[in-house]
Design a protein around this ligand. Structure first.
Ligand code: KMH
Ligand code: ZN
Length: 278
């Protein structure tokens, strides 16, 4: 099997600094986290940003600072969120693509998200994909439900997307597809040929989904965005979640991918960020 690509999503948009002391919600904390998760075995960092008071922001300036801090401390593949937070406008969510991160997420459809709706209509998805093309950013397709794969195929028929792509199954969101091994197998079966995939299990599903992906030849996403706990009642640090997956993979005979190995597996050319916005 290929080396395991471990993505870490250390911040997210839903967890608050009041819930855990381990949330790296400033650029400088993100830089330190990048170093720690790289040492632990991560090759991709999925980025959301916060203001100093912990509130969500998708400001281009803040993402630029975060990118710089991560790059100063690691060679990780930097993947920006274009999902942002519930309530952000599609324009706000796509604005950070002008910094030309190596990768960014594209959620492939709307989904109930707790009591909210995470809105990703076709016009929103098309707008984000056009910006990705303009700034040469590689998408990671976020799949919260099986119909999202059909939506991605529709975007491919519209020639806004081409396959194969790297796909992340986000399982266990209240309102989305449940985190079961059967669901994961069904999703993997439905993937267009040649796609690589990872799974992000939400909450206590993070560990069993990671173990399934290791066994199935997929890849894994962990981090505080998706799960606050290392074990029942014990808050996690991001690097601990990465290190545990790396240990489990080693037990199963899979090494973790370095960022450059992950770039090779994903067909990414290493690019440097454009930190000065023109
Ligand atoms: N915070 C969620 C509403 C992404 O980063 O692309 C969306 C999300 C997905 O986290
Ligand atoms: Zn995210």
């Amino acid at each position: 099997m290929d080396p395991l690509i471990v993505t870490c999503a250390p911040v997210g948009a839903e967890v608050t600094p009041e819930q855990t002391p381990y949330l790296p919600y400033t650029p400088s904390l993100l830089g330190e986290t990048a170093r720690a998760i790289r040492e632990a075995g991560a090759s991709i960092v999925h980025v959301h940003c916060r203001n100093d008071d912990g509130t969500n922001t998708h400001s281009v300036e803040r993402f630029g600072q975060a990118y710089q801090a991560i790059r100063e401390q690691s060679d990780l593949i930097v993947q920006f969120s274009t999902g942002g937070a519930i309530g952000m406008t599609p324009e706000e969510r796509a604005s950070v693509l002008q910094l030309r991160p190596e990768m960014a997420t594209l959620t492939c459809g709307s989904v109930n998200f707790g009591d909210d709706i995470f809105e990703n209509s076709f016009p929103i998805m098309r707008g984000i994909l056009k910006k990705m093309r303009e700034f040469d950013v590689r998408p990671e397709l976020e799949i919260f439900d099986k119909g999202h794969l059909a939506n991605a195929r529709r975007l491919a028929r519209e020639r806004l997307l081409s396959f194969p792509q790297h796909v992340d199954f986000v399982l266990g969101v209240p309102g989305g597809m449940e985190a079961t091994v059967q669901n994961l197998c069904d999703l993997v079966d439905d993937l267009p040929a040649g796609c690589t995939w990872s799974v992000a299990g939400i909450g206590r599903a993070q560990l069993p989904m990671a173990m399934a992906a290791i066994a199935m030849g997929g890849h894994v996403r962990v981090g505080l965005e998706d799960n606050l706990y290392y074990s029942r009642g014990r808050l996690a640090r991001n690097e601990e979640l990465v290190a545990r997956v790396a240990r489990l993979a080693a037990e199963a005979g899979r090494s973790v991918a370095t960022p450059d190995q992950a770039r090779a597996l994903l067909g990414l050319a290493r690019g440097e960020p454009v930190l000065e916005v023109q």
